[in-house]
Write a protein that binds this ligand. Sequence first.
Ligand code: ATP
Length: 314
Amino acid sequence: MGNIIETKKISKKYNGFLAVDSIDLNVPKNSVYGVLGPNGAGKTTLISMLCTILRPTSGMAIVNGYDIVKQAKEVRASIGIVFQSRALDDILTGREHLEMHASLYGVPRDIRQERLDEVLELIALGKKADEYVKTYSGGMKRRLEIGRGLIHHPKVLFLDEPTLGLDPQTRENIWDYISHLNQTSDITVLLTTHYMEEADKLCDEIAIINQGKIITSDSPRNLKKELKADTITIKVDYPDDFVEKVKELNFIKDAFLIDGEVKLMVESGENLIPAVVEFASNEGFPVKSVELEHPNLEDVFIKFTGSKISSEGK
Ligand code: ATP
């Protein structure tokens, strides 16, 4: 099947600050690929380079067989872009927006109507197509933005934080549309997100990035499986002392203090909670609550960085 995007040691420096640091990214054709990381990790910078909006400081990248610097025009014709906060014009209708974009991207006039109808159906805006955008809900606007990115049949669709600022219900609808799109066409979707759940539900593969570097990449399932770790979250008095003391228990693989709670990484949480609670009480740390969680992508991130992905959340 091969990779539709490949980068080799791609880097971007802003006035000496390394925002993207030697990233090797391989995105399989026809996948939904997620670049997951906290705010400021370098996600937007990375995909802006792949979209030819920014020039890399060093390294290189191929998108759909074309070099992003030497063949920027060909790259641009191969991709659709839906970035954060790209304002739609309220005084146009949905259809007018798509028409404008189709002409901008050189979709031949004789197939334009057919293309518009096809995209409107895909983004389920057929009924609202001739109404002004100002009457659209947040989810409808986002779908129209995605539709706009699809009008010229790109091979790769770049979505920067596709569900940022949307309510949970609308977010799930957008996930459904993206999956549907990926399944019913031969498009590859590369999205950035700082929502773990989004990466988990939607992506075939993800790269987790932090401070400009890929810290790990694989399918969400494998990343969680490899972790072999349940998390026991325990609230106690004197958590700062407890997080050190509890490391005496030999089955604790790691212990972190996050937002005043102690997170313990263990192999099999169910069996070990009683021992942890007993230890805490015996050592003079009254236990206020205990929770058990099976691994999620947040835990994968914590394992690699010792901090939470959402700690700098917007
Ligand atoms: P967010 O979701 O907040 O946009 P991100 O992971 O997409 O986060 P980037 O926007 O790529 O991160 O930013 C990476 C780092 O580079 C940040 O520390 C940011 O402050 C810095 N940065 C981004 N753009 C510029 C710029 N034009 N000049 C200087 N520094 C920048």
